[in-house]
Design a protein around this ligand. Sequence first.
Ligand code: PMP
Length: 351
Amino acid sequence: MKYWNTRLKKMAEYIPGEQPENLDEYIKLNTNESPFSPSPVVLDAIKKAADASLRRYPNPTTMSVREAFAKRNGLTAENVFVANGSDEIFTLLLRGFVDPEALAAFPYPSYSLYYTLAEANGVQYERIPLTKDLDINFADYLKKRYALVIVCNPNNPTGRGVDLGALKNFAGKFKGLLVVDEAYVDFYGETAIDLVRAFDNLIVTRSFSKSYSLAGLRVGIAAANADIIRGFIKLKDSYNVDRLAEAGALAALADQKGFKYNVGMVRDNKEYLEERLGGLGFSVVPSKANFLLVRHPDVSAKKIYEELYARKILVRYFAGAVQSEYVRISIGTMMELRALVKELEAIIKGE
Ligand code: PMP
């Protein structure tokens, strides 16, 4: 740490879920990826892009994806920014959209990278606790003049969604930048993207990492008014999205059949898991995402995490208030979920 600056020394680190080297030995239900492969059409497009053209830089603003995404969502390319994962969008937001004297607010618990990036960029922020039912109370965000609020909808790690009417009402009253992180919206959620045209302070972010089965490709999207998008473009690295990612994202947007097929399977498997966990006495937070936040009356979350880990099943356990009472389980394949249920049954019986 000798050469680190003071901010770097002080900031809390973002700790991602384990990504083991020997992936085949584990059932991996800890980082909300899709358990299903991208469709052959998408894989072919990526393979095709791996040719001699890789010697050239990609399009600096990933225009093909901006246009395709805009068309699908009734926007124009000027309303769309393509990023190296939606994480890059949060980085740029905290780097360039909040003044040093201003204050941001994020719900807690939520996606902890928001807090990490605020600290990394010297942005002051408050964590606003969710209600007892793990929901957002929008009135909490109107009590002060916050310059930036990120609402994760559906929220990670709770899976809870916000009511679109309440969100719209809030967007009309809130004076700062309102970001709606829709990384998980495709599974069950209601999107706020149609509100982008009405509210010039609204940014909606999307990810190809979950519903599009492309976490390894790193593509995210922001939709907002043209002025905000110009800000992102000014701030970003020169070529932030590579040629393979552009080709894959474009093919994935075009292949709605493959997309819907994968999302449908995740939804079916989620129903199965919810039912089986209920049968084992777990309480399951009603989720609109591809993961479940669960706890058991007789066995602590930490113990469940550790016991599963010892059996080579990875789920997510978070330290900290409220969330440490739960484990978060990403929806896997049917085979993975059956193995998980079998092990959970044994853990509960003390076997
Ligand atoms: N938002 C939320 C709420 C997430 O959970 C994640 C995944 N960890 C992301 C954004 C990041 O998505 P991406 O892979 O597009 O950077």
